[in-house]
Design a protein around this ligand. Sequence first.
Ligand SMILES: [Zn+2]
Length: 180
Amino acid sequence: MSTDERFVHGSEGVAGADQVQENKELPTGVWTPWAEIKCVECVDTTHPMWTGDVDAIREVRPREQHEQSAICDRCGAEIWLPEGIAYEQKLVKALIKKRIPAHMQQTGGMCSACEVWNSVETEYVMAADVGEGYTVGPVYCVGLYKGNMEDGYDDGEYWDALTFDQAVEKIAEIWRGWQN
Ligand SMILES: [Zn+2]
C-alpha cells in the first residue's frame, strides 16, 4: 500500500494520517488569498493581495497538530498546510486524474474548498473537509449550487460526512450528469 493510499484510508483505521507523517520534516506552506498553494520560494509576494512575510515562516520543521502535507502548485515541493486545505488539494488532484477540471477556491475568511464548474458556468459543485481536526482523515461535505457570484446562487443540495472516495465519486457523478 502506498503512502497516499494509507493517507486516504486513514479515517478507516488502516493507519492514521498522523502516524504516517509524524516523523517527516517539511517547509511551512502558504495558502494564498487568491486560492493557490505555494511554498515560500514560489509564492508571488508582488501579488496585490499578498500581505504576508515569507521570511517569518521560512523553516523546515516537523508537522504541527492539524496539519498535513500538500504540494506546491508551482514546483511540486511537499509543504505543511492546515489539514483541510491539504485534504481538499488531494481531492482536486484525484478529480483532475479523472479529467474533471477541479481547482481550489477561497470560500471567505481564508476558508477553502475544492470546486468544479459545469461548462456553461451555471452550476458548480464544492467539496470541503469539515473534519476541523476532530477526526482522523478527511470528512467531506459536498454541495451542488446553481448561479454565480455576481448574480447570486441558490442554497443548493448537500451530501454530508463523506469519505475521500465517496466525495470523489459524488463529484464525478455530478460531472458526468453535466456532460449528458
Ligand atoms: Zn514551490
